[in-house]
Design a binder for this molecule. Structure first.
Ligand code: ME8
Length: 519
């Protein structure tokens, strides 16, 4: 089986309900996955949950539940959330599942046998909030630690450590030789800067049971569980292994899962989509872990920025949050999907404002796209009983240019740019209505032919737009197809070719795509 385009999100901590940041990452990844499928690629999209570690154990405790019960309850909310966002993920990983835990243990055994770990007593500082060991170098000039670490305590503890240090120069060389490995460029420079200016510390991969019991037991020492990040990163290969991916199985010869007849070919991942805060884990620790396992590196780590609301950090405690489910219930999932991708390019930080959301809804969705489709189809219904007669190519060059530009942007994961490109066609077609004035042509018996031409151009443009929009707002794209009386789904980019409309077959019923909300 040929290799699929394999794309992942970070796996989300199940210590609460999904928020705007999670929704954004999932939608960006889904748009890329859908776009690649539309362009003809076989795609495997993986998302899921990070269920171990201290954060989850503490959240469960605060809720008076055992961690497993707590995770099981929340996992069903998170899975429902993937459907709410209309994600097309092919699998959903939970790090407490047997398929994942067994694989992590197989990897740990292999690395242990290969001498990649050693045991030592650590004497230093520890941030419980970030579950991380700190050194003198982490102190700020005034001697304190960054407040993001929360309370920092002195700690003396014996643990297992993974040898990272030895690979520092190799990683620098790799990132320099592969400019697309970390994107955008400024994130790549950040990683290179970090690697060149700091000596890498080895990574502590265990936590003593006495302090934390919510984790995967180390297969070679029953007194320890696995550090949550070592467990979590491995999800990107444990799921391919569960699907029998031979590229991953070579790294774990003793691992018994997977059947060859249904085996998928996934690894290496084409894109890991992550937020900027977890870049070091993905661009430093993960490549070195893979190298030690004898596996190829992912092709790209694509880091997006962080959302704020009204210019302030989002936080449950201050109530400054955006609840994606509430927005979707009020405005529809496509309005939400559209806004987050149109508003924020993959890379910089973004700012949610309710006014900005409403303004894009009104201007771009209701008055732009919605109005174009509704007036085009309503005029065809009124003047021609819903039937276009003959093909006409006046807007064909505009549609072809936008389709070509959009394709190039999609292939480069420039989703915001792709939407801007698509809106050139929306605006061009709305302008075409104003210029050709079909409502005046309809009153003039000598203009019958011209009206036919104009209506064809408008209707066909709506069809092409449905195909272009499908990765972003699939429900709306499907509604446009249905209103055009077309069977099937607008999910193949090749259908952007001009002339696909059924001549002489009536369209369906026009209905507003984005109802105006005047409140
Ligand atoms: O970090 N804006 O999980 P997580 C944009 N379990 N993105 C945001 C955001 C915001 N305000 N807040 C969070 C974890 N994110 C680990 C990952 S992967 C092997 C393990 C993004 O639930 C964040 O950057 O804290 C990350 O990519 C994702 O949401 C999950 O964050």
């Amino acid at each position: 089986m040929s290799k699929a385009f394999y794309i992942t999100t970070a796996i989300n901590y199940v210590n609460g309900q999904p928020h705007l940041g999670h929704a954004y990452e999932e939608i960006v990844t889904d748009v890329i996955a859908r776009a690649r499928r539309s362009l003809g690629q076989d795609v495997f999209f993986l998302t899921g949950l990070d269920e171990h570690g201290q954060k989850v154990q503490q959240a469960a405790q605060a809720d008076g539940k055992s961690p497993q019960v707590y995770c099981d309850e929340l996992a069903s909310d998170w899975e429902a959330f993937t459907r709410k966002l209309e994600l097309t993920n092919n699998d959903f990983v939970r790090t407490t599942s047997a398929r994942h835990k067994e694989f992590v243990q197989a990897i740990l055994s292999k690395l242990h046998a290969a001498g990649e770990f050693y045991q030592k007593t650590y004497d230093g500082f520890y941030s419980a909030r970030e579950e991380t060991f700190l050194t003198e170098k982490d102190r700020r000039p005034d001697g304190t630690f960054d407040p993001t670490y929360g309370e920092v305590v002195k700690l003396q503890e014996s643990n297992y450590w993974f040898k990272l240090k030895a690979h520092q120069q190799w990683l620098i060389d790799y990132i320099e030789a592969n400019p697309s490995f970390v994107q955008p460029d400024y994130r790549r420079n950040e990683v290179l800067g970090f690697l060149k200016n700091n000596e890498l510390e080895d990574l502590c991969i265990s936590r003593p049971l006495a302090r934390l019991n919510w984790g995967i037991p180390l297969p070679f020492d029953k007194d320890y569980v696995t550090y949550v990040w070592f467990d979590a990163l491995v999800n990107y290969i444990s799921i391919p292994a569960a699907h029998g991916d031979k590229n991953v199985m070579t790294a774990t010869p003793n691992f018994g899962r997977g059947t060859s007849d249904s085996a998928l070919n996934l690894w290496p991942a084409d894109i890991h989509v992550i937020g900027k805060d977890i870049l070091k884990f993905h661009a430093v620790y993960w490549p070195i872990m893979l190298k030690a396992m004898g596996l190829t590196l992912p092709k790209q780590i694509l880091a997006h920025g962080w959302w704020q609301k009204d210019g302030e950090k989002m936080s449950k405690s201050t109530g400054n949050i955006v609840d994606p489910v509430a927005v979707i219930n009020e405005w529809g999932v496509d309005a939400f999907r559209f806004y987050v991708v149109r508003e924020l390019d993959i890379g910089p930080d973004g700012n949610w404002t309710d006014a900005g959301f409403k303004s894009r809804y009104q201007a771009e969705l209701a008055n732009g796209l919605g109005n174009l489709v509704n007036r085009s189809l309503s005029m065809l219904k009124r003047y021609r009983n819903g039937v276009v007669t003959a093909r006409h190519d006046e807007l064909a060059p505009d549609a072809a240019k936008v389709a070509a530009d959009t394709r190039a942007l999609l292939e480069n994961n420039e989703l915001q740019g792709a939407l801007q490109s698509i809106w050139h066609l929306v605006n061009r077609a709305n302008q075409y209505v104003d210029q050709t004035k079909p409502f005046s042509l309809a009153k003039d018996p000598t203009q019958t032919r011209r009206l036919d031409e104009v209506l064809y151009n408008l209707t066909e443009t709506c069809r092409v737009l449905a195909v272009l929009l499908w990765p972003f707002i699939p429900g709306t794209a499907t509604k446009i197809y249905a209103q055009l009386g077309l069977s099937g789904s607008p999910d193949k980019y090749s259908a952007t070719t001009w002339g696909g409309l059924n001549v002489a077959r009536p369209i369906g019923e026009p209905a507003p795509l984005f109802p105006r909300k005047d409140a």
